[in-house]
Write a protein that binds this ligand. Structure first.
Ligand code: ADP
Ligand code: MG
Length: 603
């Protein structure tokens, strides 16, 4: 509190800060607020998502404007309607003890006349999306000729979304001598250009390293066949029972499709994308905020600026076209000092993108494996056990107890536990019992495309030389300096062996073995004509499960038939809301299903 006071903020703002429960200023606030309070200056402030940038410009603006006047003095431009509303709400909360303050949100999809009317009443601050703002200016519904402060929030995202022209036009209606404060998570060329064009010797503030992803976020990727994407997603969700996540897809269509599938499979999911009506989007965001939705499937555009704290996982169902966008996605988790995980589901052809992203975020990804069905069952059972342990006993139960006790009188504690878990898990166990390994490292597919890109080698060392498939794999990997999954299909026979690498490594392999001796013996290697298609995977033994799984069109051991549907009372349907929704909220869960997801595409 005193720390905020030291920044130079006035009492009525400090009171609001105390009400909001902010204790110490974040770094960007500490660096920004004193400067903006102290002098009239332009500023470029770079800080990761979730570092408290809204307050960094919000408090100085509130302190500096004249709330007694009804002239519009501050304009805040932000990329999306969601963000626009968030900022407006934050500003209103910050200005709680400024009774004359009027903040108006201006965004598309809502009545323009209502917004104009609100501004006319005397809004000192207008928070707007560029498109609607430009409209209002052109129709003479808002006057920004006297603004003193202009904030370009999430400037990088505004430019990503193609608002450059709109911003230029809007600012041409504003006075030259205003102060412009630009806030951004990243500093691409375009932002530098805009800073140059619209600002005069701005003060530059950088929190953390430019462009570097938040330290609170760990990055993981999961390599699967493209056709297993959806099942991989489900497994990731099932392996994280407390998941509260945003799932990113590339297109509106995929977003809708994935959300619909999840809903059908009994998850608390919804879609958020530009084809939904305003009203639908509001409903979705509301349900997400209060945790009735655990998995929000969104497009990049729709998810811009979503400010929901406590998101545990960001899942990249598909990687974005522009790898820079990854920063924005992963920035939705790990906010306000919490930790988060950003997961990427990738197919083989996309792995190189992971390396490009690593360069941008300057952090390494952890290569992880999609959990097996049995691991998931274990996690879920443990989770249920803990839930039972932590559940507060509902006194309403008491009146029913005599009858219940009578029915269950003959069972010991052990038996009861077994029964309770059987009630909850039989379907779930059945569902995952025969599930396949979704990891490419565990299950290479040599039909079709992959076979063309893979080379199989014959090598004249084997069991006789004390190799088994694991030690041979390790030996080859070390020798070739290749990654964990780059040598595969290792089949060790008595005096010779086979293995595969991607064809891209063929030259490397042949080069190294050109004149290679092991313990004085010449080692021969040849390219085998057999791609390894008919050979069982060495050391794995999961093929049985895979084949069974393959019969199903959803692949994963049973999909709809496995009993995950709400209707059939399966695990996903009946348990998810019970364990997560209700236990966390403590109140019955209204049926939010399909607030966004139900809307099906025509045709
Ligand atoms: P950014 O714009 O940098 O992404 P926000 O301004 O949206 O970040 O803030 C992220 C979250 O952190 C919000 O929920 C906000 O209320 C909270 N927050 C901001 N400043 C503080 C602070 N000093 N102490 C605690 N929480 C804060
Ligand atoms: Mg922000």
């Amino acid at each position: 509190m005193t720390a905020f006071k030291a920044l130079g903020l006035e009492e009525n703002l400090l009171k609001a800060i105390a009400d909001m429960g902010f204790e110490t200023p974040s770094e960007v606030q500490e660096k920004t607020i004193p400067i903006l309070l102290d002098r009239e200056t332009d500023m470029v402030s770079l800080a990761q998502t979730g570092t408290g940038k809204t307050a960094a410009f919000g408090f100085p603006m509130l302190q500096k404007i004249d709330v007694k006047s009804r002239t519009t003095q501050g304009l805040i431009l932000s990329p999306t309607r969601e963000l626009c509303l968030q900022i407006t709400n934050e500003m209103i909360a910050y200005g709680k003890y400024l009774p004359e303050l009027n903040v108006t949100a201006v965004y598309g999809g809502a009545s323009i006349t209502d917004q104009a009317r609100q501004i006319k009443k005397g809004s000192q601050i207008v928070v707007a999306t560029p498109g609607r703002m430009k409209d209002m200016i052109n129709r003479g519904l808002v006057d920004i000729s006297k603004i003193e402060y202009c904030v370009l929030d999430e400037a990088d995202e505004m430019l990503n979304m193609g608002f450059y022209e709109d911003i230029t036009e809007i600012l041409s209606h504003s006075p030259k001598e205003k102060s412009t404060w630009l806030f951004s998570a990243t500093m691409p060329k375009e932002v530098a250009t805009i800073a140059k064009k619209f600002m005069h010797t701005p003060v530059e503030i950088t929190v953390g390293t430019k462009n570097v992803g938040s330290d609170q976020v760990s990055h993981e990727y999961y390599l699967v066949n493209a056709r297993d994407r959806y099942n991989a997603l489900k497994r990731l969700a099932d392996a994280n029972p407390e998941i509260f996540s945003v799932i990113f897809c590339r297109t509106k269509r995929d977003t809708q499709k994935v959300a619909e599938q999840l809903i059908e499979d009994g998850y608390n999911a919804a879609a958020l994308h530009g084809d939904l009506s305003q009203n639908q989007r509001d409903l979705v965001m509301k349900s997400f905020r209060n945790r009735q939705i655990q998995m929000l499937v969104a497009t990049d555009v729709a998810a811009r600026g979503i400010d929901v704290d406590d998101i545990t996982h960001v899942i990249n169902y598909q990687l974005p076209d522009e790898i820079e966008t990854y920063t924005h996605r992963s920035g939705r988790t790990g906010r306000a000092g919490k930790t988060g995980v950003s997961m990427v589901i990738v197919s083989k052809s996309e792995v190189r993108k992971i390396h490009s992203i690593e360069k941008i975020i300057q952090k390494k990804f952890i290569a992880k494996e999609i959990p097996s069905g049995m691991e998931i069952c274990e996690v879920q059972m443990f989770h249920l056990a803990n839930n039972i342990k932590d559940t507060e006993i509902n006194p309403e139960i008491n009146s029913y107890l005599p009858n219940i006790n009578e029915v269950l009188a003959d069972f010991s504690k052990e038996e009861l536990i077994k029964k309770v878990f059987s009630v909850e898990f039989t379907r779930f166990l059945n569902y995952y019992k025969n599930s396949k390994d979704l990891n490419i490292s565990g299950e290479r597919n040599f039909s079709g495309e992959d076979a063309k890109n893979s080379t199989r080698y014959f090598i004249n060392i084997g069991n006789k030389d004390d190799f088994d498939w694991m030690s041979l794999k390790d030996f080859l990997r070390d020798l070739l300096q290749l990654g964990k999954d780059d040598v595969y299909k290792v089949d060790v026979k008595d005096s010779f062996s086979f293995f595969n690498t991607d064809t891209t490594h063929q030259e490397l392999v042949m080069g190294i073995f050109k004149d290679f001796k092991l313990d004085g013996r010449q080692i021969n290697i040849e390219i085998s004509k057999d791609t390894g298609r008919s050979k069982g995977r060495s050391g794995g033994g999961r093929d049985r499960g895979r084949r069974r799984g393959d019969r199903n069109d959803r692949g994963d051991g049973g999909g709809r038939k496995g009993g995950f549907k709400k209707r059939s009372g399966g695990f996903e349907g009946s348990d998810k809301p019970k364990f997560k929704g209700k236990s966390r909220r403590g109140a019955p869960r209204p049926d939010t299903k399909g607030t966004g997801g139900r809307r099906r595409r025509k045709g």
